[in-house]
Structures are given as C-alpha cells and as structure tokens.
Write a protein that binds this ligand. Structure first.
Ligand SMILES: [Zn+2]
Ligand SMILES: [Zn+2]
Length: 248
C-alpha cells in the first residue's frame, strides 16, 4: 500500500478524540468532480490540504479533517485523522465506523489504481480488527454521498475484491483462474466452488487441507502460511493477490 502520512502535508498529530471504530468502513466521495486523475499527484496533496482547511474552518469547525483516510486516482492512500480517532464525516457512525473518501466526484469513475488502493487499505484495516462491512455515507443519513458509481461498486463487490471492469485479472499471464470476485474469509465458514478451486490448488502445492469447499480455520491457517511465504500481507483472507500467488 502506498501511504502518505500526515507529515507529508505538514500536519502534526490529529487533535481528534480517540475512538476505536471497528464496524467497517463508511465510503465517501466529493460532491463535485475534481479531475485529479488528469493532474499530477501534487494536486491531490493540495486538494487534501484544502479539504482540511475547509473542515476546520468556519463552515464546519471540526477538530481536524473529517475523514480518516482518502484514496486518490494515482493509487495512493492519504492519511487524514488516521487510526483510532472519532470521525466527523458521518454522524451516526462517527465513533464506530472508519471513514474513507474517494478523491473523485459524482461523474468520475474511480481509477483501477484508486480501487486497488482502497482494497489494500481495507485489508490493512481488517488486519487491525476492523470488520469487513462497507457502507455508503447515505447508509447513515440522507445524502448523495458517496454517489451512484461508488454505491454500485459497493453492492457489486468491486470495492471488496471483484476485478475492476477495465483491468486484467491479477495473475493473468499465469494459469490462474479468474479471481472469484469476493474475498474468501472466515469466520463464519465461507462455502463455494471458488473455495473448492482454491483448496484443490493448495493441495497441489502440498498443503494437507481438505478440499471440501468450506473455508474454515485450517484453510485460513494454510492461507496465512502461503501469504507469509510469498511476502504478502498475512491476513488469512484470499483476495486477488493471494489468489494469484496460489497459482504462481
Ligand atoms: Zn460523505
Ligand atoms: Zn494522487
């Protein structure tokens, strides 16, 4: 994950109240198109600084920028409040959900790099005990945020591991079957043909797990072992990278 800390923007530690959001991630966007994909990343940093100024200014008066993180069209995660702070962006979920905003507006389709950065951020947060759930800002209050494009990407699984429509499957160029489009995880035990396909390949690699199509603790342990061997994030979740690594 490409990550820019607060210090990159010239900010000290966040003065926001501590909290432990664990329920999942609330997804946000910008209410107007920003065209940041057409500019160098420096424009994203300027945008992020301006967002904080606006949030701390007279119209909002918040203690800090409203979000914990942002993902930009260049595939970089920008730190806002960061870990373990109360959010300001989603009343109703400010102490219990993280907030991540896409640096794009209503008619801008997030770039593949941006979607990848979001998935990486989500996987990192899950490793810190944050639940898998994603919820649009509009799931808390009546708002247009996070727009129809992102709401669709939440409901069709694009943000959780489905392959962005315009990109190739991870592992293409190898004989890996296409990533199934959902993260394989437990508990609860997840079942399906995708689990079975993955388990069979793991057995070909020498794992002694049972190929029964049910992703339980022993499958997860085998997954973690593979991830450690391949220098992937060791989170026990079969996402696109782990899937590709299983056939690589
Ligand atoms: Zn929002
Ligand atoms: Zn950028």
């Amino acid at each position: 994950m490409k990550f820019e800390k607060r210090a990159v923007f010239g900010w000290g530690p966040s003065g926001a109240t501590p909290a432990t959001p664990r329920k999942g991630i609330a997804v946000h966007y910008d209410g107007s198109d920003q065209s940041l994909a057409k500019h160098k990343h420096a424009a994203c940093r300027t945008y992020w600084r301006n967002t904080r100024k606006f949030h701390m200014g007279p119209s909002r008066g918040w203690a800090d920028i409203g979000y914990s993180f942002a993902v930009c069209p260049h595939g970089i995660v920008l730190e806002g409040r960061g870990l373990n702070k109360v959010q300001a962006a989603q009343p109703g979920g400010n102490t219990t959900w993280y907030s991540v905003t896409f640096m794009s507006g209503p008619s801008e389709k997030p770039t593949d790099a941006q979607i990848k950065a979001f998935r990486e951020l989500r996987s990192w947060l899950r490793g810190k005990g944050v639940a898998a759930a994603l919820r649009p800002h509009s799931g808390f209050v009546s708002t247009s945020c996070c727009g129809n494009i992102l709401r669709m990407m939440i409901s069709n699984g694009t943000l959780t591991g489905g392959t962005p429509s315009s990109s190739k499957h991870p592992g293409s160029g190898t004989n890996a079957p296409p990533f199934p489009g959902r993260l394989i995880t437990q508990p609860p035990v997840m079942r399906g043909d995708d689990v079975l396909t993955w388990q069979r390949q793991m057995r070909k690699r020498g794992s002694s797990i049972t190929a029964d199509g049910a992703y339980g603790p022993s499958s997860e342990a085998a997954c973690r072992k593979l991830q450690a061997e391949r220098n992937l994030d060791v989170d026990g979740v079969v996402g696109p990278k782990t899937w590709a690594a299983t056939w690589a």
